[in-house]
Structure formats: C-alpha cells, structure tokens
Design a binder for this molecule. Structure first.
Ligand code: 7TS
Length: 416
C-alpha cells in the first residue's frame, strides 16, 4: 500500500506527511495509520521545533522581567496571541484569552459570566450533540444560579431538529451554547443562523470551536458570536494551548475567573483591582511555550490555506462515507460530506466498537471507540458507544481503504 499516492483536493498530502515525524513510526510491523485527529491532532516538525526553540533560546516568564530573554518571551507569546486573533478573524488581539483549550474556555465563561449574570428562571439553550465540556459547566452554573437548561433535539439523521426552535429560544434564554462541529456525528450546525436567532431574543451565543476551528475557515467578525472556544491541540498545536475569543466589551464587564499574579492592577489588604483585558483572565504563569507552538501551527495551517484544508476534509470524508457504506457500516450523522466534518461514527456488523478498535490496532490503525464525551448523542441513537474514524490534513484515501479492509477482518473474527 502506498500511503503517499495522492494529491487530494488542494493539498499535497505526501509533502505534508513528511513534516510529521510520528507518521514514520510503525505499530508492530505495520505502518501507523492515525485516524483519531478529533481526539488530538499530530504535530508537524515546525510546531515541535518552535516549542523546543523557545525553551532552548528564549525561555523566561512572559510579562514579568525587563531583561532581554523576558522581553523576547513576552513578544513571542503576544505574537502568538495576534496570530490566533487574526486566524479566527478578530482584528483585536485583546479579544483572545489564552487557556488550556476548549474545556477551560467554556468553564471561564460559566464562572466569569454565567454565575454573575444568571438569575433563577433564566435559561441556557444547548443541543443534544454537545460534548460534555459544553454541558457540564452549564449544569454546574445552573445549579448555582437557579437557571434552567434546555436542549435542541436531534433528527434521526444527526442534524439539529430546529422545528421547535421558537419555543426553545425565547426572551428567557440568556445564552445559546452550540458546537460548531460535532465530534461524534460530524454535523456542522447552522451556527450563523443560530447566533442571529439568539441575538434576536437578546441572548448571547457561544460557539464551541474545538472541532470547527481546526477544519473550517472561521471569521468571528462575520459570525458575530459572543464567545468562541478553541483547542490548539486539535489544530496541530501543543496540548494545553488554545484560547477563548470573546467580544471585548464582554471581557471588560466580566469578573476574573482565576485570581493570582499578573491579573491584577493593584492589591490592597481587602480588595484588588484588575489588569486590562485579556490579562485580567490570565492568572499565574501561563502556558507560554505551548501558545508559541500554537502560533507555529497557525503559520502551518495558513500556509496550506484553510479553504484547502476544508476541501481535503470534504474529499476524504466523502470517500470514507462511500467506502464504509459499501461494506454495510451503519453511520451515525449526516451522509453528505459537504454539510459535515470528518469525524465519522459508525457500527460495523454487530462488532462492539471496543473489539473493533482492538483488532484495528493490530493492523496499525488508531481509531477511537467509546461515547466520545457525547453521552446524550449515544442515548439518542440507542447505542452505548460507537467506533469513530477522524481525519486531518495528513490522511489519505489509501488509509481509508486500509481501514475498510481491516474492518472486514474484524467482522470475520467477531461479526454475527
Ligand atoms: N468540544 C468538542 C466538540 C470536542 O470535540 C472536544 C474534545 C471538546 C469540546 C473538549 O476539548 P478539550 O481540548 O478541552 O479537551 N473532543 C475529544 C474527542 O472527540 N475525543 O477526545 C477529545
């Protein structure tokens, strides 16, 4: 099998693969086929080197010292912030708070905005396709404030069922929190329309960008969302990199989330005043090297072009959906690659997803099996778990074909 056969869509995948050292390794005697980028993406040399270069040549705490290294560290960290702002279409770097990723970003909003703003009877509207990190923080905030959670249900084919939207999204709704791309169904909800609908009733809109931002060009100015959460590790960046985008006036109004060093302006015995945004939300020593690595990941994605990244995803997803259906796999989520992302949940014959993942591992193929932190989705479709293959810029049609061949083997061993 040649894994470097193609130039898919607009990406030169063979060249891209050469940038990812981990793709050279084997699993037993099989070449690694990594189909779990929805969990975390692999990292190109350029990102690994950017992080190593920071530690080797510039390491100091950011926003602390006035000696050369400290100033370099501060400048590199702030350059990464400007890159992330530009990447998502924000003209103002101060609208980016660096965090460890989507989970921390969502919790930041749940603590610093929701607990201060919500009153008994206020409503938060979610969807049944949210990752647990866009459910549990709101459950905790609702418990503390008396707010009520509501959910947009799902159709049989994995879309949002918007037929009752008018009864779910009302003047009681204070926040709509919706994923930009489902990690379990692949669905791309109509976020622009949903943000508009939220604003029309006076609610704010948070978009969970964990899966969206790595795969689809995003422009927060056009989208007009109030909050966007970003996980750097799913877009070629280091773990513990990422951020929260929020409209500046919201950040100005919000209370801090964590208290500590650098987030203050002045500290007295009984009270403190806050640093300007976004520093008000960055307490303590930050993940400096990781955010600098994320800056290198953004450079890499921008050089590929996000339109090309998306075109490659549509191409490979279309191929995978067709091949999986040919061998009789049951797919959860939309079947049209144009309206979905490349995380494909499926069942093959009656083989339990964990057995499938075990057999596939023997073939060097890494997929995820489980509930994908989306138990409401599993419950909706009556399964405890699914197998999930997910793709990124380095995956090829040949790898999809290898997955399908390995499924047949697993079916022979376990299938009924
Ligand atoms: N939201 C979505 C849609 C996600 O897919 C994930 C992670 C998160 C939020 C949380 O992001 P984190 O970076 O803070 O962990 N999704 C997955 C997954 O599908 N498999 O492992 C992690």
């Amino acid at each position: 099998m040649s894994v470097t056969r193609e130039r898919s869509g607009a990406l030169d995948v063979a060249r891209i693969r050469a940038d990812f050292p981990v793709l050279e390794r084997t699993v037993g005697d099989k070449p690694l086929i990594y189909l779990d980028s929805a969990a975390t993406s692999q990292k190109p040399r350029q990102v690994i080197q950017a992080e190593a270069d920071f530690y080797a040549h510039h390491n100091a705490n950011a926003h602390r010292g006035i000696y050369l290294l400290a100033e370099e560290a501060t400048a590199m960290y702030e350059e990464a912030r400007a890159k992330l702002a530009r990447f998502i279409g924000s003209p103002d770097p101060a609208t980016i708070v660096f965090t460890r990723g989507t989970t921390e970003s969502t919790n930041l909003v749940a603590y610093a905005w929701a607990r201060r703003e919500l009153r008994e009877g206020d409503e938060i509207l979610l969807t049944e396709m949210e990752h647990h990190s866009n459910i549990v923080p709101w459950q905790l905030a609702a418990r503390d404030t008396g707010a009520v959670l509501r959910y947009i249900p799902l159709t049989d084919d994995g879309l949002l069922d918007l037929s009752e939207l008018e009864t779910l999204l009302t003047e009681r709704t204070r926040l709509l929190a919706v994923t930009g791309m489902s990690n379990s169904l692949g669905t791309l909800p109509p976020i622009k329309e949903l943000v508009e609908a939220a604003h029309a009733v006076g609610a704010l809109a948070l978009v969970d960008g964990a899966q969206l931002v790595p795969h689809v060009p995003v422009d927060v100015t056009e989208l007009d969302c109030d909050f966007l959460t970003i996980s750097g590790h799913k877009m070629l960046g280091p773990t513990a990199s990422g951020g929260l985008y929020a409209k500046r006036e919201l950040l100005e109004r919000m209370d801090p989330f964590l208290g500590g060093g650098h987030m203050i302006e002045e500290v007295f015995h009984d009270r403190s005043t806050w640093n300007e945004v976004p520093f008000k939300f960055e307490a303590g020593t930050m993940n400096i090297a990781q955010e600098i690595g994320l800056g290198a990941a953004i450079d890499y994605l921008e050089a590929l072009g996000m339109d090309n990244v998306r075109a490659h995803e549509v191409h490979i997803t279309e191929h995978a959906l067709r091949r999986l259906q040919e061998v009789g796999a049951r797919i959860f989520g939309p079947l049209d690659a144009e309206v979905r992302g490349g995380a494909i949940s499926f069942w093959y014959k009656d083989v339990h997803p964990h057995d499938l993942a075990t057999i596939l591992n023997e073939e060097g193929i890494a997929i995820r099996a489980g509930h994908h932190c989306s138990q409401l989705v599993m419950r909706r479709y009556g399964v405890p778990a699914t197998a999930r293959a997910s793709f990124y810029v380095y995956n090829t049609d040949d790898e999809v074909d290898a997955l399908v061949e390995a499924l047949a083997k697993a079916g022979d061993v376990f299938g009924s």
